[in-house]
Write a protein that binds this ligand. Structure first.
Ligand SMILES: [Zn+2]
Ligand SMILES: [Zn+2]
Length: 871
């Protein structure tokens, strides 16, 4: 089926009830969403266990999870969309007999709480908890079926103590370490940012603030230990969106190459005796005509020590590089360099080449040094042309015929489809074979080796902020870095801290926090005052849901084992903006926990779905554009059911949704149609209600029953498949239209003219309500009660469709030419004259028989025959 852009709200689906029922419209059968939703809200409030996951269940488990929100104080429409998708799925799985885990929590540490605290003079904790209460009330009003007994709030000690516990484990394993490094610093946030939090050179939270580089001692997590596995296992996630996997692949950025040591000519000590370069094309090394260093390379520091002129040049290159980094793309930098006047020796041929320093070489890529091969590299070619460096050809196009003379290629000649020339013992080899042979040669001779590098860097988690998990480490004058013993956890984040002052960690100004006793020597120690990046909190929160109140461990292994199995969360749903940060960190954390023996799964989630964004008037909703639609206002005007259902109906969930209030109104009208139909057509007290549907139905009754079974099939298939809920809901609308079309022919129970018998009427409405339950839970519950059903709707079995009943009925019709039978065609029983005429004329036998004869007339008797009159 073709993808629908926007499901059109047709006149049919939204029409009033037609003239027959105008009178009844005036009666008390108005759909009053507020009344219905208030009633059920109260009932659900009194029974908070209805959506709880079962312990010791024999049902198949299903863990459906939406990404937990940051408690800003108010849900936005993007949240509503995300949770409506997850909620529909959770309800569908309950109805399919699963033991469903559907939890919710709060990613509640982070900077906005501190900013709000400063702006409103409210402590971050108070501000955060108040926001959580407000958003939780909104979620409940929207009718989302969460198991609130498992709520996780990351800013509370009962949760963050386990962040600290994990940190100690990482430290024990050597996966958490401290080092001095150049860091990204946002002057507005006054804190360090991870590389992932720098977007186009600016802060991810302050899109106009340039990120600065600073040198600081930081805590890092050794995510690079898992780089290869994180990359490799992307192939084991076929149920993740391809775009997410591609983004992660690029982020990890694996490249294979060779490390080669050039000897520094005139070295006076061992520290500077060699320059290690990284290259992906060692096959071109005989064409190297210079070595280029990053301005921060240690050898450069050495060379500029007693050379003021050179130092000035290098400082200029550093400034240019910083500026280019700040505006975003270092690849776009205008390339500058300076010749140091010193030489390096190419170990393959003993040749001396000049050493340059260049602004486009980065210290954190490869080894901060490259060999420059102008004939075979775009960048090197550009640089060599500019500074008039030698260009030496060492690769020629591979000749397809040995007799053929090879023409010199246009430079730079960069493909791997070539043969080496002027390359000593390696001349005549093909590029790829040469790369292997030359890497092996380097290793044998002890001046290099084949290697793999990654763009992924270790995860810097230190933040000089207050509102985060304290890092559980101490600094002792005697013992150096000492871990807080496990029994002393949690290290509580103190309250009443003045966070308005700038410069350094706020915690460093709290003596009761800073001053501690060393657990090793009993002497004085200073507590670490940095807090953890909040992405630590969200890296493992979904495991905590399985055992949220455990105060002995982050979770019980058996409970996690039950819900995660060996493949993880069954379905995870969230925004694509988390493709890199949250989802790579979560994958890393999962692999670390697996290696600790805490879990069996290698990946956090088997399936991932990323919903599209919501826009209005062609732009992302934002306060500055004044195009924000408030969920509360929509719920007040149209009800929670209509608001939720609209986010699923307007377009398929993976696409961008252009918000239209009229669309919500349209859904409200549709739900009104359903409500009124059921109000008028429930005959629960009739003895025939609930009895078996009779065999011999009249054609209109058969048709509407067929429509019902086709609709059940479409909605069920879609839940199992592509989640185009918009088409599912459109199918339910069509069913309701068909019901309206036959309504007048049913109703009077004892009328001899009745076409749709009471038992069928019961079957249809019962199933209609079941189909609506995942999308409009309030109304569905109300209708369920109106139909006289006992028991809770949310655990009622999902309807099955009967394939025989769903099948279009077909009949055979004879086709004549000049009243002589030529063939028979098969058409749907209710096919129109036009359809029958077309099918008859398109039939192969008829086409052959007609040849070039002139058709005078085509007589169609629907359901009986076709006669083609020819001359
Ligand atoms: Zn910032
Ligand atoms: Zn000590």
């Amino acid at each position: 089926m073709a993808q629908k852009e926007q499901t059109p709200i047709t006149r049919d689906s939204l029409a009033g009830d037609g003239p027959n029922h105008e009178g009844q419209e005036q009666d008390n059968v108005r759909y009053d969403a507020r009344r219905i939703e208030t009633k059920w809200f109260e009932r659900w409030r009194q029974d908070s266990s209805s959506y709880g996951a079962e312990s010791n269940s024999t049902k198949p488990k299903y863990y459906v999870l939406e990404m937990l929100p940051y408690p800003s104080g108010e849900l936005h429409m993007g949240h509503v969309r995300n949770y409506s998708i997850g909620d529909a799925l959770a309800r569908y799985m309950w109805m399919n007999g699963c033991n469903v885990l559907h939890p919710m929590g709060w990613d509640s540490f982070g900077l906005p709480a501190e900013n709000a605290a400063i702006a409103n003079n409210t402590p971050p904790r108070e501000w955060t908890l108040r926001n959580i209460a407000a958003m939780k009330a909104q979620m409940k009003r929207l009718g989302f079926a969460y198991d609130w007994s498992r709520e996780v709030t990351t800013c509370l000690p009962e949760y963050y103590r386990w962040n600290q516990w994990f940190f100690l484990k990482l430290f024990e394993k050597g996966l958490a370490y401290r080092k001095k490094s150049r860091v990204n610093w946002c002057p507005k946030c006054a804190t360090v940012l991870a590389n992932e939090q720098v977007v186009n050179g600016c802060c991810w939270r302050h899109e106009e603030t340039l990120v600065e580089q600073r040198e600081l001692e930081q805590w890092f997590l050794r995510i690079t230990n898992y780089a290869e596995e994180l990359l490799h296992d992307l192939d084991r996630l076929p149920r993740w969106p391809e775009k997410v996997r591609t983004m992660q692949r690029n982020w990890i950025g694996r490249s294979e190459g060779t490390l080669v040591d050039f000897k520094f000519d005139g070295a006076t000590d061992t520290a500077t005796s060699k320059i290690t370069v990284f290259t992906t094309r060692v096959d071109t090394i005989f064409g190297a005509t210079s070595v280029q260093l990053a301005p921060q390379h240690p050898l450069v520091t050495r060379l500029t020590k007693n050379n003021d002129l050179l130092r000035a040049d290098v400082d200029r290159l550093i400034a240019e590089q910083r500026k280019a980094k700040e505006v975003g793309d270092i690849g776009e930098i205008e390339k500058h360099g300076v010749n140091t006047g010193r030489y390096a020796v190419n170990p393959y041929n003993g040749e001396k080449v000049p050493i340059w320093v260049a602004n486009y070489i980065l210290m954190d890529y490869g080894a901060g040094a490259i060999m420059s091969v102008p004939a075979h590299d775009e960048r090197d070619y550009e640089f060599a042309k500019k500074y008039k460096l030698e260009i030496r050809l060492v690769i020629l196009p591979r000749a397809s015929d040995p007799e053929e003379t090879v023409v010199e290629p246009r430079l730079p000649f960069t493909t791997l489809q070539g043969t080496l020339v002027n390359s000593g013992r390696f001349s005549g080899m093909d590029c790829e074979a040469a790369i292997k042979a030359m890497s092996e040669y380097a290793e044998k001779k002890g001046f290099g080796k084949a290697t793999v590098t990654y763009r992924l860097k270790d995860w810097g988690i230190s933040r000089q902020r207050y509102w985060g998990t304290p890092i559980p480490m101490l600094y002792c004058e005697k013992d150096g870095i000492v871990a807080v013993p496990e029994k002393d956890l949690p290290v509580i984040l103190p309250e009443n801290v003045d966070i308005a002052l700038t410069g350094g960690s706020p915690l460093s100004r709290v003596p009761e926090f800073v001053n501690a006793t060393c657990p090793k020597c009993g002497g004085r120690a200073r507590r670490e005052t940095d807090t953890m990046d909040t992405f630590v909190d969200s890296s493992w929160y979904f495991y905590r849901y399985t055992d949220a109140r455990n105060d002995q461990a982050p979770f019980d292994r058996e409970k996690v084992g039950y819900w995660f199995g060996d493949r993880g969360i069954d379905q995870y749903i969230g925004g694509v903006e988390h493709a890199i940060l949250h989802l790579i960190y979560s994958r890393f954390w999962t692999k670390f926990m697996r290696d600790m023996g805490l879990i069996k799964n290698d990946e956090p989630a088997e399936r991932l779905f990323t919903q599209g964004m919501i826009i209005k008037n062609g732009a992302k909703m934002s306060k500055s554009l004044g195009n924000v639609v408030s969920p509360d206002e929509m719920v007040d005007r149209y009800g929670a059911d209509s608001t939720r259902m609209y986010t699923l109906f307007a377009t398929s969930p993976d696409r961008e949704l252009d918000w239209k209030d009229e669309g919500v109104e349209g859904i409200e009208r549709f739900l009104g149609r359903v409500y009124r139909f059921v109000s008028r057509n429930t005959h629960a007290e009739d003895p025939a209600w609930g009895q078996t549907v009779p065999e011999n139905l009249d054609p209109p009754a058969r048709a509407v029953r067929r429509k019902l079974h086709q609709t059940i099939k479409r909605v069920s298939d879609d839940f199992q498949g592509r989640w185009h809920f918009n088409t599912s809901i459109a199918a339910i609308m069509e069913l309701v239209n068909d019901l309206y079309a036959v309504e007048g022919r049913v109703i009077v129970a004892d009328s001899p003219a009745k076409v749709v018998p009471i038992p069928l009427l019961a079957e249809i409405q019962r199933n209609l309500v079941l189909l609506l339950a995942p999308f409009a839970p309030y109304l569905a519950h109300e209708l369920w009660e109106m139909l006289g059903e006992q028991g809770g709707l949310h655990h009622e079995p999902w309807p099955n469709y009967d394939p025989t009943l769903a099948k279009e009925e077909e009949i055979e019709i004879p086709v004549q030419i000049n009243s002589k039978l030529r063939t028979r065609i098969v058409v749907p029983v209710d096919a129109s004259s036009e359809v029958i005429r077309e099918r008859a004329l398109a039939d192969e036998k008829i086409q052959a028989a007609l040849d070039r004869k002139q058709i005078v007339n085509v007589i169609v008797v629907p359901g009986k025959l076709v006669n083609i009159v020819v001359r």
